[in-house]
Ligand binder design. Structure first.
Ligand SMILES: NC(=O)c1ccc[n+]([C@@H]2O[C@H](COP(=O)([O-])OP(=O)(O)OC[C@H]3O[C@@H](n4cnc5c(N)ncnc54)[C@H](OP(=O)(O)O)[C@@H]3O)[C@@H](O)[C@H]2O)c1
Length: 267
């Protein structure tokens, strides 16, 4: 198990949901958390909560798609904090629309920019520091990064891209001692469902999911931390996800049916 004492850990998408819960779960482990998202106010309030509990955290307001901000983030870690040990790519957005109902490709492009190109760019900038630290990259992907899901084609595409990219990078970085852990959560109760982009690229404004049937962000973060500390290759957070992995190989049409049912039943 890795010891996080005095390590510098960056979490993107830390203002809400899984990222926020993960920050609160990791703060007692003695690391210096660098918390990123666009909403400065939410980040500051999270930092205050962590400080009140004796943890160490810095807020860094940024849009993950902005290259200059990514450069500044890495500079903060390398120059001011002296190192970067763990980079957690968590920021993400989703969609809720059939492909044939999309007005144009704007939604697809936005999903690829935020969910795929942004983590790739930040990884590129952070790589020298991560190699020096023999550190770790953690990627919050999704079960949608492993199989198709209706109403989510652009989200699935972006998460499949993430899975393929970081699985490849893991092999390239093995000799440098940099581990890559991919997390594949099932549905989690968070803001992402309300913010899902509709066919015209606007946020839905309400969650189409059965909220009371979903794992909480805290439960998800609680499962993630041991996998991160053990530098595990991957983690699927639900039994449905773990069974689905086998079903994909043995009976893929049945997995399509399970995915359709998950969306129609909204859980
Ligand atoms: N919830 C689920 O059911 C579920 C299931 C599987 C996987 N996941 C994955 O888990 C990750 C976290 O999702 P969540 O459910 O916790 O969603 P969430 O509650 O909506 O939180 C998303 C976070 O990402 C940040 N973010 C979004 N766009 C950003 C941008 N352009 N630049 C910087 N930060 C940005 C948001 O902060 P600001 O708005 O302040 O920027 C927020 O902190 C995502 O990658 C998602 O795909 C979620």
């Amino acid at each position: 198990m890795a010891d996080l004492k005095d390590k510098v850990v960056v979490i993107t998408g830390a203002s809400e949901g899984i990222g926020r819960a993960l920050a609160l779960e990791m703060a007692p482990l003695g690391c210096h958390l660098v918390l990123c998202a666009r909403n400065q106010e939410r980040l500051q309030s999270l930092v205050a909560e962590i400080h009140a509990q004796g943890g160490v955290a810095t807020a860094f307001a940024m849009d993950i798609t902005d290259r200059l901000s990514c450069t500044d983030l890495v500079t903060l870690c390398e120059v001011e904090l002296g190192r970067l040990d763990i980079l957690i790519h968590n920021a993400g957005i989703t969609m809720w629309s059939r492909f044939d109902q999309l007005a144009d490709l704007e939604v697809m492009e936005k999903l690829i920019r935020v969910n795929y190109l942004a983590p790739v760019q930040l990884t590129k900038l952070a790589l020298p520091a991560l190699k020096t630290a023999r550190g770790q990259i953690v990627v919050v992907s999704s079960l949608a990064g492993l199989t198709g899901v209706p109403e989510r084609s652009g989200y699935c595409a972006s998460k499949h891209a993430v899975t393929g990219f970081f699985d490849s990078l893991r092999i390239e970085l093995a000799a440098h001692g940099v581990a890559i852990t991919q997390i594949y959560p099932d549905f989690v109760l968070s803001e992402i469902h309300k913010r899902a982009l509709d066919a015209r690229g606007n946020p839905l404004g309400h969650s189409p999911m059965q909220q009371d049937k979903l794992m909480t962000a805290q439960q998800c973060a609680h499962l993630m931390v041991p996998a991160i500390l053990a530098r595990r290759r991957d983690l699927l957070t639900s039994t449905r996800g773990r069974l689905g992995k086998w079903l994909k190989m043995l009976w893929p049409a049945m997995l399509d049916w399970v995915a359709m049912k998950a969306i129609t039943q909204r859980k």
